[in-house]
Design a binder for this molecule. Structure first.
Ligand code: KG4
Ligand code: ZN
Length: 333
């Protein structure tokens, strides 16, 4: 089955073509430059940039796959969660292609895409598993007993992990997006240099809270400046990152134990974090578990994960009506 995947939920325009398990093309037009000077994604600018990028990217992806629109067996598009205007650009394009080619349309949950990104490289046998989904907009633990069944175990009660990385980078004047810069800087710092809170680590549930950590980082910066000292950005980045990773690893391991699964799946942009990858791989290996992590370009937003998730649903006979809309706060179910 040849499926086109379109992803426009946030600030990356992603277009991919998959044929069964093979990715024939996976192209991304990043908007990072566009939003950089604002220190965050500006929704209206994102929508407009998707409009500009999408048509040429579709042509390029099909050319790379060696296919025409008429060769497609399905069109998959992110239907939510995400920025409503940005989502609508991808959805409108997907509907037009589906209508013009008579290929079935399938709306995909972005979070399912992040989880199933693992199948692109690790094959279809992913479940039963516990999934840690950490991105710019989400931080959640999900139990996936079998394909397409999701039990949300817990999620953040305030900020998402990626959002915390982005905010801390902004406090330190490191630019946007914050995750990659903080990750890089942290390698030169001491993760134990500054004591920061591990919120809810012992709460006995699977929820997360990150706004207190962000405030603690701000307070530390202010205290150092008030005392006339230079902030050691590398130590702060390393200590902040360690605090986030500590809680994420600890809660994931607890969920795995409670749900008695042997597989951990990671998904979302924050999974590109080198310390998170290292720590979860180590914890998993020590406990004799299988830990699956998508490669770097499949962690952050991309069209391949949407094409694959859509293909799985189309294979089950699912279809979306041509009238589907964007669902900015779509639940994973
Ligand atoms: O999944 P994603 O591409 O978009 C959303 O669905 O939100 O995730 C983007 C987030 C951003 O907040 C970015 O700072 C973060 O992922 N990120 C990282 C790293 N690379 C990207 N966070 C920590 N470490 C990284 N290396
Ligand atoms: Zn994402």
């Amino acid at each position: 089955m040849r499926v086109l995947g379109i992803e426009t939920s946030c600030d990356e325009t992603g277009v991919a073509v998959v044929e069964d398990d093979a990715v024939l093309a996976n192209l991304i037009a990043s908007q990072v430059r566009l939003h950089e000077r604002f220190g965050g994604v500006v929704p209206e600018l994102a929508s407009r940039a998707h409009v500009e990028a999408l048509t040429p990217l579709l042509d390029e992806a099909l050319a790379e796959a060696g296919l025409g629109f008429g060769d497609l067996d399905g069109v998959a598009v992110t239907a939510g969660p995400g920025l409503v205007g940005a989502l609508l650009v991808g959805i409108a394009a997907a509907k037009s292609i589906a209508l013009a080619t008579s290929a079935p349309l399938i709306g995909v949950n972005h979070l399912e895409g992040h989880i199933l990104a693992n199948a692109v490289e690790h094959g279809a046998g992913l479940t039963p598993a516990v999934c840690l989904v950490v991105s710019g907009g989400h931080t959640m633990l999900v139990h996936m007993p079998e394909p397409h069944r999701y039990e949300i175990l817990g999620q953040t009660v305030d900020d998402a992990a990626g959002e915390a990385f982005d905010k801390v980078a902004r406090f330190l004047g490191l630019g946007f997006p914050g995750g990659p810069v903080v990750d890089k800087l942290a390698r030169q710092g001491d993760p134990n240099a500054i004591r920061l809170p591990r919120a809810m680590v012992d709460s006995g549930d699977y929820d997360f809270s990150l706004s207190g950590l962000k405030t603690a980082v701000l307070r530390h910066i202010k205290a150092e400046r008030d005392a006339g000292r230079e902030v050691d950005a590398a130590d702060l980045a390393a200590s902040f990152q360690e605090a986030i990773v500590d809680v994420q690893v600890s809660k994931t391991m607890q969920a795995v134990k409670d749900r008695r699964v042997e597989t951990i799946l990671l998904g979302g942009g924050v999974v590109a974090n080198s310390r998170l990858r290292e720590r979860i791989e180590k914890a998993g290996a020590e406990a004799g578990l299988r830990v699956l992590i998508p490669s770097m370009q499949l962690c952050t937003d991309n069209g391949a994960m949407i094409a694959l998730a859509g293909a799985w649903r189309l294979e089950r006979g699912e279809r979306s009506p041509l009238g589907i809309g964007a669902d900015p706060s779509m639940e994973l179910r």
